[in-house]
Design a protein around this ligand. Structure first.
Ligand SMILES: [Zn+2]
Ligand SMILES: [Zn+2]
Length: 339
C-alpha cells in the first residue's frame, strides 16, 4: 500500500509508492555522456587559466592553485547596476542584478563522484564559505546559493569538476517556504525544526545513511525523489559561514562518503547538490521584524538529488511526486555501500 507523506520543512506531500518498489538497478538507464573533450581545450584545466576569465578568488598551495573562482561565461545574473523593482499592472519585475560565479574544484579534469578526496571537498566547501562571506556584504542580494550540477542531465555543460554560486536579488520560494516553516515551528515550540527532525531520525535510525562526529546524512521521511539525501550539521547553526575548521573536515568526510555510496549503488548517477543557508541578515525598512529569531529557528543543510527519471504530468499538475523507492530502503542500500 502506498503512503502519502508530508514534509514539514518543504510543506509538500510525496507519494511513497512501496507497491511499485524499485531497486537501484532499475535506474541504470543509458545516460548522456560528455563528448570526449580534449584536455587542451578545457577552460578549467591547469594551463588554460586565461580562457576561464579573470580570477575572483583562489586557494593556493605555494604557486599552484587548488580551487579557482571565475565569473560564469553565460551569467544568468550580472553584478553591475542598481536594483530596480518595477510593476506593469498585475505583473512585477526586478532586473537581474546578482552574481553568477563558477568554482573550479580542482586542477584535475577527471574526477568522478566515486573518486573525490577529503582534500578536494574541504577546499570546495572552504571556497563556498569565503565567497558567501564576501557576497553577503552586498545589500542588493537577498539570497546566495552555492550548488553543484554533476552530469549533463543534471545541467553541467563542462565535464571538469565545478560548482556554481548564484546571488539573487529576491528570496526563492523554496527557501521562503523553509524559512517560514522553521519560524512557525520555533514560534509554537521554541525549538529548531531541523534539530527536532535530527533527534527523531537518529533515534529511529531507519533513514540514517552515515554519521560522523559533526554531521548526519539521511534519506528524508517524505523524499519526493528516489535516493534523495539531506546532510545536517549536528550542532545547531543557522549559517554555513559559521562552520568551523573541525566541522569543515567532517563535512568533507561525510560528502565523500555519500558521493562514494551513490557511485557504488547507482553507478555514477547524475546529481544536484545545493547548500541551503540563512539569507544575509540585513534590516529591511519595509520588514523591520524580519530575521529576529533566525539564529535560533533556522539550521543550514545540504540537499542532494539524483537525476534518475523525468517529471510527468501528475508532478507538474500537483507539485508532488510519486517516489518508487521508500527512503528507508534507499538508506539501507546506501548504508551498506561504503567500500
Ligand atoms: Zn579540464
Ligand atoms: Zn537546529
Amino acid at each position: 500500500m502506498s503512503e502519502l507523506r508530508y514534509d514539514p520543512v518543504k510543506k509538500v506531500w510525496s507519494v511513497i509508492a512501496t507497491d511499485r518498489s524499485r531497486k537501484p538497478d532499475d535506474f541504470l538507464v543509458k545516460r548522456l555522456e560528455f563528448r570526449k573533450e580534449e584536455i587542451n581545450i578545457c577552460p578549467f584545466c591547469k594551463g588554460n587559466e586565461d580562457r576561464a576569465g579573470s580570477e575572483i578568488f583562489s586557494i593556493r598551495k605555494k604557486d599552484e592553485w587548488l580551487t579557482r573562482v571565475v565569473p560564469n561565461k553565460y551569467p544568468a545574473f550580472r553584478i553591475e547596476g542598481e536594483l530596480k523593482r518595477t510593476g506593469h499592472g498585475m505583473y512585477d519585475a526586478v532586473n537581474a542584478v546578482g552574481a553568477h560565479e563558477v568554482v573550479i574544484e580542482t586542477p584535475k579534469h577527471h574526477v568522478n563522484i566515486g573518486s573525490y578526496t577529503d582534500q578536494i571537498l574541504y577546499n570546495l566547501f572552504s571556497t563556498f564559505k569565503e565567497r558567501l562571506i564576501d557576497l553577503q556584504k552586498d545589500t542588493r542580494f537577498r539570497y546566495i546559493l552555492p550548488f553543484k550540477n554533476y552530469g549533463l542531465l543534471a545541467g553541467a555543460s563542462i565535464e571538469h569538476p565545478h560548482s556554481q554560486i548564484i546571488a539573487l536579488p529576491v528570496t526563492p520560494n523554496v527557501v521562503k517556504t523553509k524559512l517560514s516553516a522553521s519560524l512557525a515551528h520555533y514560534k509554537s515550540k521554541e525549538r529548531c525544526l531541523f534539530c527536532d527532525i535530527l533527534d527523531q531520525e537518529r533515534e529511529e535510525n531507519s533513514r540514517v545513511i552515515y554519521e560522523n562526529q559533526d554531521f548526519v546524512a539521511i534519506c528524508p521521511y517524505a523524499s519526493a525523489l528516489p535516493f534523495e539525501i539531506s546532510i545536517y550539521p549536528k550542532r545547531h547553526n543557522h549559517c554555513f559561514t559559521s562552520t568551523d575548521e573541525g566541522e569543515m573536515s567532517g563535512l568533507a568526510d561525510i560528502t565523500r562518503e555519500i558521493f562514494l555510496r551513490l557511485y557504488n549503488v547507482l553507478e555514477n548517477p547524475q546529481l544536484n547538490m545545493v547548500v541551503h543557508t540563512s539569507p544575509p541578515v540585513v534590516k529591511r525598512p519595509s520588514q523591520p521584524a524580519y530575521w529576529t529569531s533566525i539564529r535560533e529557528d533556522f539550521h543550514w543543510h545540504i540537499e542532494i538529488t539524483q537525476r534518475l527519471s523525468g517529471v510527468a504530468g501528475f508532478e507538474s499538475g500537483t507539485g508532488f511526486y510519486i517516489n518508487p523507492v521508500a527512503p528507508e530502503s534507499a538508506a539501507q542500500y546506501l548504508k551498506g555501500a561504503g567500500k
